[in-house]
Design a protein around this ligand. Structure first.
Ligand code: TEU
Ligand code: CA
Length: 567
């Protein structure tokens, strides 16, 4: 069943290879964190009718797919990434009827709905786990991963949770431990059990039949884990499971699947997304994120931004998936700090740096993902005390780091740099109280800068960040060179400027982005000398490149020329 407008599969030649066109190659995806997007009923929590009420806004941006972070029944220990009923909607978000209405209204606007598939683990309130923990003889025992205590009577092995502490919790009733790679209220499913896989596939088909456009798959690189060998990602059967999942559910449908794979490498990305693999459309890899973390303290320590390293990672992935596989392009999501605060200058050059980051990312080869609020330049939140935070990861890590002797102030400094709550403050719709997100006190504080950074102000301002995103997304729809052009990086060692080209047939796009707040004198390589048409810029249009150009702070532009004009 063709869920969406499918471009005819044509053998479009691109950089020597043959690529079969897919509708999502030219698409742009918008991620909604339902809890923080729009509250329709004044309880301070975002909901599905709130999302539906904003579809015209999303459509005006040019978005093709809406990825919803989990909307399913959940005790909300991890804001919905702990699911207690895969086939019902969390009451605070609405009802199945609300969801079906959203799908219909979105499709009227040419927008597909991507659901967040969280099947590495469930909530500890899921009926499967409530049964499983009843004892070793329960038929659901093997739906999860239980182990007897280790030789010294303690945890079975040294596996650790991403949210701090051991990945094992003792169940006193049976005297056995269960595994949870995240919070203790998120017990890991046992994917080696065919009954688990069968139930998951049944659930996926139930949602596909409701007309969704595909799935984002939460930590899907964990489902092949082999805990006794302390293998927690990229396990030996991971790709067998994904190929089976594809065969049993979405493989025959024209839908989009994207796997969240923190462990992905260019090599494994080809296994996940290669055209002959029949697994996923693409994966989120996080190398450009983790390489900017402190080697000892990880994300909990600020680390000076290193553009040369960032360019090297982005280029590596562009080259690795040039002929096969497909990149998912993103700066932010609900787990990451706001891009403008991380890579731009939210204080000195908020508009210029937000537009520069969008230009640098959206003209790469791959499918761009826009995280809610990124399109209006929303920034990190200036948290000052731990009780302002809501994220279980941050709260757990605060306790562990402070217990280990770190001062609360130092922890807050790190959490302000990379904490997940930065991305979870309410969407800023207007100058109205609570940023127009709700008429009631929201579940988490609204960033006080909503009076200047908000959708209402920006939609009507042609020079806004919003309209820069809108233009970039439209360019992707109108220029095959952006979708399929061969990528080449230039001036790789330049500390301040990112330069790359895209070539398709006789068209060449040259993209230049100054990642610094300084004027930069850039000597244009002879091979890039260009006289063409400026497709987009965040200052005055630039339509020619030759000799030395002076880039203003965070200046970025793209020039479309011909490959034959290099004299
Ligand atoms: O995230 C997986 C994950 O590993 C991140 O939480 C990462 O560990 C962390 O952000 C780095 O500090 C997915 C979801 O995106 C996240 O929201 C969930 O909390 C997690 O899985 C568990 O479902
Ligand atoms: Ca609500």
């Amino acid at each position: 069943m063709d869920q969406f407008r499918e471009q005819p599969s044509s053998g479009l030649s691109t950089a020597g290879g043959q690529i079969e066109r897919k509708w999502w190659h030219g698409s742009t995806v918008y991620q909604v964190y339902p809890r923080s997007f729009a509250d329709s009923n004044g309880d301070g929590i975002g909901d599905i009718p709130g999302i539906t009420s904003k579809l015209d806004y999303v459509q005006s941006l040019g978005i093709d797919v809406l990825w919803l972070s989990p909307i399913f029944k959940s005790p909300m220990d991890d804001n919905g990434y702990d699911i207690s009923d895969y086939q019902d909607i969390a009451p605070e978000f609405g009802t199945l009827a609300d969801f079906d209405h959203l799908v219909v209204e979105a499709r009227k606007r040419g927008i597909g709905i991507l659901l967040d598939l969280v099947v590495n683990h469930t909530s500890d309130e899921h009926p499967w786990f409530l049964e499983s923990r009843k004892g070793p003889d329960n038929p659901f025992r093997d739906f999860y991963i239980w182990r007897k205590p280790g030789p010294n009577g303690g945890v079975p092995n040294k596996l650790m949770s991403s949210f701090g502490g051991t990945a094992w919790t003792l169940d006193p009733q049976s005297g056995e431990y269960y595994l949870h790679l995240f919070s203790r209220r998120q017990p890991d499913l046992n994917w080696e059990n065919p009954k688990v896989r069968e139930e998951i596939y049944k659930m996926m088909n139930w949602w596909l039949e409701r007309g969704i456009a595909g799935f984002r798959m939460d930590v899907i690189d964990h489902i092949g884990k082999q805990v006794d060998q302390a293998i927690v990602y990229d396990g030996p059967h991971l790709h067998d499971y994904l190929q089976e999942m594809s065969r049993e559910t979405y493989g025959s449908r024209n839908v989009l699947t994207v796997g969240e794979c923190w462990s992905a490498t260019p090599g494994s990305a080809l296994l996940y997304s290669g055209r002959d693999r029949h697994e996923l459309s693409m994966v989120f890899q996080f190398e450009h994120v983790t390489r900017q973390w402190d080697p000892t303290y990880g994300k909990w320590r600020a680390k000076p931004f290193d553009l040369v390293d960032l360019k090297a990672v982005l280029s590596k992935w562009q080259y690795a998936l040039a002929e096969d596989g497909w990149n998912a392009l993103f700066w932010g999501n609900h787990d990451l700090p706001r891009a403008i605060s991380k890579y731009g200058d939210a204080k000195g050059y908020p508009v210029e740096s937000a537009k520069m980051l969008a230009t640098a990312l959206h003209l790469l080869k791959g499918t761009p993902f826009v995280y809610q609020g990124e399109e209006i330049g929303m920034t990190n939140m200036p948290f000052t005390t731990i009780d302002q935070y809501r994220d279980i990861e941050t709260l757990n890590m605060h306790r562990l780091h402070v217990e280990a002797g770190l001062s609360p102030e130092d922890f807050i400094r790190g959490a302000n740099e990379n904490g997940r709550d930065n991305a979870r403050t309410p969407m800023q719709w207007s100058k109205d109280p609570y940023g127009g997100f709700s008429t009631a006190l929201p579940w988490i504080e609204v960033n006080p800068n909503y009076t200047t950074i908000n959708a209402e102000t920006e939609v009507s301002d042609e020079r806004s960040v919003f309209n820069h995103y809108r233009k970039l997304i439209a360019l992707r729809k109108n220029h095959a060179v952006i979708v399929y052009g061969a990528y080449q990086s230039w001036l790789d060692q330049h500390p301040d400027v990112m330069v790359y080209s895209r070539i398709l047939d006789d068209e060449r796009l040259v993209v230049i982005a100054n990642f610094s707040g300084r004027d930069v004198e850039l000597t244009i390589p002879n091979e890039l000398k260009t006289k063409g048409r400026c497709l987009i810029s965040n200052y005055d249009p630039v339509d020619a490149l030759d000799g030395v150009v002076t880039l203003r702070p965070y200046e970025a532009f793209a020039i479309l020329g011909s490959t034959s004009m290099t004299d």
